[in-house]
Design a protein. Structure first.
Ligand code: HEC
Length: 106
C-alpha cells in the first residue's frame, strides 16, 4: 500500500516542482527570450501573438521603438494602462526583452 501512495505522490510532487521551476527565471538573467517567456508570455503568449478574446494585443508587430519599449516595460505608458509594468526589471533586462521582441519575435 505504501508503494502505491509513493507512486502516486512522486509524479505529483515532480509536476509541482517543475511548475515552480518554469516561473523562476534567474532574476539577474539578461537573456531576452527567458525574460520574455517569464514576464510577458502569460499574456502575450510565447509567439507574441496576444489573445484577442482576453483583450491582449499582439506585441510582436509593435511599432514602438526599443527606447519606448524599455519605458513601457519598466514604467508603463499612459495610453496603455491595462499593461502591468515591471519595476523589478533592470534597464538592461528591459532592453534584452525589447530586442528579443523586435528582432526575433517579429
Ligand atoms: C497581465 C497581462 C500582460 C502582461 C504580463 C504583459 N502585457 Fe503587454 N500588454 C497587455 C495589455 C492588456 C496591453 C494593451 C494595453 C492597453 O492598450 O491599454 C499590452 C500592450 C503591450 C504592447 C503594445 C502593443 C502595441 O500595440 O504596440 C507591448 C509592446 C507589450 N504589451 C509588451 C509587453 C512585454 C514586453 C511584456 C513583458 C515584459 C508584457 N507586455 C507583459 C497585457 C500584458
Amino acid at each position: 500500500m505504501k508503494r502505491f501512495y509513493f507512486a502516486l505522490t512522486l509524479p505529483v510532487t515532480l509536476l509541482i516542482l517543475a511548475g515552480c521551476q518554469e516561473k523562476k527565471a534567474d532574476p539577474n538573467t539578461l537573456d531576452g527570450k527567458t525574460l520574455y517567456n517569464t514576464y510577458c508570455a502569460d499574456c502575450h503568449h510565447r509567439d507574441g501573438g496576444g489573445s484577442f478574446l482576453e483583450g491582449i494585443p499582439a506585441n510582436r508587430y509593435t511599432s514602438l521603438s526599443e527606447k519606448e519599449l524599455i519605458t513601457l516595460i519598466r514604467h508603463g505608458k499612459a495610453q496603455m494602462a491595462d499593461m502591468p509594468n515591471f519595476t523589478n526589471l533592470s534597464q538592461q533586462q528591459a532592453r534584452s526583452i525589447a530586442k528579443y521582441l523586435r528582432e526575433e519575435l517579429k
